[in-house]
Each structure stands twice: as structure tokens, then as C-alpha cells.
Design a protein around this ligand. Structure first.
Ligand code: ATP
Length: 545
């Protein structure tokens, strides 16, 4: 199971980070405020219309005002939704954070504590959790600070008593909101962790499906995934329970305030108040106040509905904040000689070094074969040069400058070639997208892929999945070799390119490799004396532990 090795950030640091990430996007909050102004106009339209129907003046201008304001509210609501979600809103924030998560995955240190599978999950799940925060919560919070005051001011113009009633019910309403928010916070965090656990476990098991099937562990794994899914379902139900309870409390106070205003207006109009009326209320004013009363709580209810988004974003921030900021990778052109001085490689968690005290001096254009028993560190040395294994002692230099990675300047064919979902051509041109058709055909022929492609429907355009299903191990290695040959990089690193081939196929491939190595600085990890024979120098690595 994947884990993240870092302490959670403080609440203050977390909210500062979220604010910085979201930036100032006041457009949506502005639209919500205009919506409140339109609601005031709508209420005025209703009040004027009712007064006109009761026999005081023409009704149609009020009807026009009411319809116009109603239509305007619909437009403003749609615009707020679109702007928050797409334009300059959550879309841009999510894109930026996804790039950050992917960059952190690609540029993490070889001995870094964060698992790349987990980082990939973060790029999808955690970043998605920022959506509601940017698109709904932030605009709702900004609007909730001003909109109720606008409604209160408009109400006070018609009836200061009704305004006082609304203001008085505000206090318990806010207290209920704070309580509900606090209760939802912990549940929401636990649910996010359960979701994370389920998706990481699921991704893990899908990746190792052949192993699960081979060891007949389907039932056990299905039960484990079922248990994780059940845990998530239970946590989701708990959140829903808290959400229903809190929204019931909020609705109660909102309804209570509207009811109090209605009772006051009705009794005042009928002259049934048990005390002397503090103001003169007309039918129009009473209707205006009544139509406006629900709008007083609308911005705060919108905020309460989006509160879960805030919790989700805060939990996501805990995993996204520690990711390293993507820094532009300096393009350093390196050249031979490659110099390794007393180099040691120790993998995190290992007691013994995989490689220790290795010193090498490789001149430009040299072909060096790394020979040694299994586990002696041949692959680790090649990985070190590519920045995929940690340098724990010693110095690696290229052309007199310290070297962190040959990536970008080396053609590389590994022992377990990476295949991407796509056509065979996509896989070949992965390292050199500008390669033309002639170069692709030459690399295919050189790597001995011609017969396999001729027998396959679609040839170069036949599609592969990431497992390279339908390809033999040898064919996968040949694809990796063809890819390395296609890329005219100054360094060529090959890891057991002729493993598991019969003698004739090996001899043909050795001739190809000898041709490809001409003019490049080449390192080949191999067990094959025949392949090592083409090298200008053979380096024997120590015995495995
Ligand atoms: N990612 C890793 N984490 C921990 N230990 C590792 C890792 N990769 C390799 N090792 C260990 O480092 C040692 C050297 O492994 P390496 O693959 O470099 O040897 P090799 O000479 O290429 O072996 P082979 O000829 O079998 O491919 C081994 O003991 C191996 O278990």
C-alpha cells in the first residue's frame, strides 16, 4: 500500500496555500451580488404589482420589472455557474495543480519518499477536490459577506421592524452553520482518506492482476477491496447524515425568520398586533418585505451547501502542498568523458549498497560492456547515469561537470521496456517524435522486428496495451532496442539487449548494436561474452551479496 511520508501542514498554512492557489477571482462573487440586486428588483416588482392590482395605478410596468428581473436572475445564475467552473475559474486552477503533480512525479528524486502511483492518484482525485472550493465555496463566501447586508438595507427601507427581525434571527443561524461545519469537517477528512485508500489499493491490484490470478488470490483481494469500498460507503453515509442534520437546522432558522416576518406583516396590516404598531405598514411594503425575506438567507444557505467543498479542498491540500514546485529543468548539454569516482548506490531501506566503490573513466565514442553476476549492480549503474538510482557516495561527472542525469541525451533500452498504450509506431517514436518514415523502417529492420510486423495485422499501426499483451519478451526488447536506435542521442545505454535470444538471433542483433554504437558513447550491461566482445573495454563488476 502506498503512503506519503510527511507531516500534515498547519491549518493556517493550509488556508494560505488554498488562497494562493485559487487567486483572486471576484467575477463569480460579483455575479452573485448582482443576483441579489436583481432579487430586490424582483421583490419590488411583486410588491408594486400587488399594490396596482389592489387599485393603485397601472400593473404592467411592475409586471415588466418582475419578469425582467426574473429573467436577469436566471442569466446571472447560469453565468456564475459557467464562469466558476470553466472560464478563469476551477478549470485553470485544476490544470495548474495537475501539471504540478505530474511534474513532481516525473522529477522526484530516486530516493524520494513519495510513491509515483500515489502521485498519479493525487493528480486526479486530490486536484478534482479543488473544483468545488474554487467554483462554489469561494464565490459563495465572498457573496455571503455582502449580499445579506444589501437585502437587510432594502428591507429596512420598507420596514425597519422586519429588518430587525431578520437581523435577530441571524445569530442562531450563524451559530448553527458553525456547528454544522465543524461536525462535517472531520467526517469529510476521514471520507477522503478512505477514498484515497480505496483508489490506491484498486490501482495496485489492477497493476498486479496477473500475479493475483496466478496465485489464486482473487477471493482474498476481492474481499479486501470490498472491505475498503464498504468503509468508504459507511463514511459517505456518515457525511450524508451530518449534512442532512445540518441542513435541517439551517432550514429551520431560515423558515423561522420568514415566518416571523410574515406574522408581523399580517398582524400589522390587520391591526391585530398586541402592542402599538411602531411603524405604518402598507400592503406594498409588506409584500416587498415578504418577497425579500427568503433572499436574506439565500447567500448563507449557498455557502452552507458549499461548505463540504471547503473540507474536501483542505484534505486535498494536505497531500498537494508538500509536492515540490516544478522548476524549469536546465538543459545542460553534457559530453564524454563520463567519469565515476568511488561511486556507491544504496537504495532506500536497503542495508547493503547495490554498488560500492566503482570508478570508471569512459572516453567519448568508447563502447563499455558491464559484465558481472546477477545482482552485481549493472542495471543500477545504468540507472544512476539516467538519474533513476540514488548516488549515495562518490562523484559522477560528464565533460568535467557534475552529472545528475543523462536523460534527454541518451538512448536507453531497459530490461523491462516501457510500453505505452498506442500503436507500435507510437512506441517507437516515443523517444524521437521527429523521426521520419525511413528512419523508423531502418530501426525496425535493424532491431529484427520486420518478420513480426509483417505477420501482424496493421503492422506498425497495430495497437498495443501498456502490458504489451500479444508480444513475446524478445519482441518487447526488440521494440525497446529499435526505439533506442531511432534516437540519435550521443549516449547509448543498453541493459541486456540480447537476453533470452537464440544464438543466431543474438549474432544478428550484436552486429546491429556494433553498428549503432559507432560514433556514440555506449554502455552495455550484459551476461553475454559474445556481446561484450564488441566493446572497446569490458568492466567486471563485483560479486553479488
Ligand atoms: N529499486 C531497488 N530497490 C532496492 N534494491 C534494489 C533496487 N534495484 C536493484 N536493487 C538491488 O540492487 C542490487 C543490484 O541490482 P541490479 O539490478 O543493479 O543488478 P544486475 O547486476 O543488473 O542484476 P541482473 O544481471 O540480474 O540484471 C540487487 O541486490 C538488487 O536487489
Amino acid at each position: 500500500m502506498t503512503t506519503i511520508a510527511h507531516a500534515p501542514p498547519t491549518p493556517k498554512a493550509r488556508s494560505r496555500w488554498l488562497k494562493d492557489v485559487a487567486g483572486r477571482r471576484d467575477g463569480v462573487a460579483g455575479l452573485l451580488l448582482f443576483d441579489t440586486l436583481a432579487a430586490i428588483g424582483f421583490a419590488a416588482g411583486i410588491a408594486g404589482g400587488v399594490t396596482a392590482v389592489a387599485g393603485q395605478g397601472a400593473a404592467w410596468p411592475w409586471a415588466v420589472l418582475m419578469l425582467g428581473m426574473g429573467a436577469l436572475r436566471a442569466v446571472l445564475a447560469t453565468l456564475a455557474l459557467r464562469r466558476g467552473a470553466v472560464r478563469a475559474g476551477a478549470g485553470a486552477v485544476k490544470r495548474a495543480q495537475r501539471l504540478r503533480a505530474v511534474a513532481a512525479t516525473l522529477r522526484r528524486k530516486p530516493d524520494g519518499p513519495i510513491d509515483s502511483g500515489l502521485l498519479a492518484t493525487q493528480a486526479v482525485d486530490a486536484v478534482e477536490a479543488l473544483d468545488g472550493y474554487v467554483a462554489r465555496f469561494l464565490p459563495a463566501r465572498r457573496a455571503a459577506a455582502i449580499a445579506p447586508m444589501l437585502v437587510l438595507a432594502a428591507t429596512a427601507c420598507a420596514s425597519w421592524v422586519a429588518a430587525a427581525i431578520l437581523a435577530a434571527t441571524l445569530l442562531p443561524f450563524v451559530a448553527a452553520m458553525i456547528l454544522a461545519g465543524g461536525a462535517a469537517a472531520d467526517e469529510s477528512r476521514r471520507q477522503f482518506v478512505a477514498l484515497h485508500r480505496l483508489s490506491a489499493r484498486f490501482a495496485d491490484r489492477v497493476r498486479s492482476l496477473p500475479v493475483v490470478l496466478a496465485f489464486r488470490a482473487e477471493t482474498r483481494e476481492t474481499e479486501a477491496i470490498g472491505a475498503a469500498a464498504q468503509e468508504l460507503a459507511e463514511r459517505t453515509m456518515r457525511i450524508l447524515r451530518v449534512a442532512f442534520l445540518s441542513s435541517a437546522a439551517l432550514e429551520f432558522f431560515a423558515a423561522l425568520s420568514v415566518a416571523l416576518v410574515a406574522v408581523y406583516c399580517g398582524f400589522a396590516l390587520l391591526g391585530l398586533l398586541p402592542f402599538a404598531a411602531p411603524e405604518t405598514l402598507t400592503l406594498g411594503r409588506a409584500f416587498f418585505v415578504l418577497a425579500l425575506a427568503p433572499e436574506f438567507y439565500a447567500p448563507m444557505r449557498r455557502l452552507a451547501a458549499a461548505y463540504h467543498d471547503k473540507q474536501a479542498a483542505e484534505t486535498a491540500a494536505d497531500t498537494l502542498m508538500p509536492l515540490a514546485e516544478p522548476a524549469p529543468v536546465p538543459v545542460v548539454r553534457v559530453a564524454a568523458p563520463l567519469i565515476l569516482r568511488d561511486v556507491a548506490i544504496r537504495y532506500p531501506g536497503s542495508d547493503a549498497p547495490a554498488v560500492s566503490r566503482v570508478s570508471l573513466w569512459i572516453e567519448a565514442g568508447e563502447t563499455v560492456a558491464l559484465l558481472g553476476p546477477s545482482g552485481s549492480g549493472k542495471t543500477s549503474l545504468l540507472h544512476l547515469l539516467l538519474g533513476l538510482a540514488p548516488l549515495s557516495a562518490g562523484i559522477v561527472e560528464a565533460g568535467g561537470v557534475p552529472l545528475t542525469s543523462l536523460a534527454g541525451q541518451a538512448s536507453w533500452a531497459g530490461q523491462h521496456p516501457l510500453l505505452i498504450a498506442g500503436s507500435i509506431r507510437d512506441n517507437l517514436t516515443l523517444a524521437h517524435p521527429q523521426a521520419d518514415e525511413l528512419a523508423v523502417q531502418r530501426a525496425v529492420a535493424a532491431a529484427g522486428l520486420g518478420r513480426m510486423l509483417a505477420a501482424r495485422p496493421g503492422g506498425l499501426d497495430a495497437t498495443l496495451d501498456t502490458r504489451g499483451s500479444g508480444l513475446s519478451g524478445g519482441e518487447r526488447r526488440r521494440i525497446a532496442l529499435a526505439r533506442a536506435l531511432l534516437n540519435p542521442a550521443p549516449f547509448l545505454l543498453l541493459d541486456e539487449p540480447t537476453a533470452h535470444l537464440d544464438a543466431a538471433a543474438e549474432a544478428a542483433l550484436i552486429a546491429t548494436i556494433a553498428r549503432a554504437a559507432k560514433g556514440r558513447t555506449t554502455l552495455i550491461a550484459t551476461h553475454s561474452p559474445a556481446l561484450a566482445a564488441i566493446a572497446t573495454r569490458v568492466v567486471h563488476l563485483g560479486h553479488s551479496a
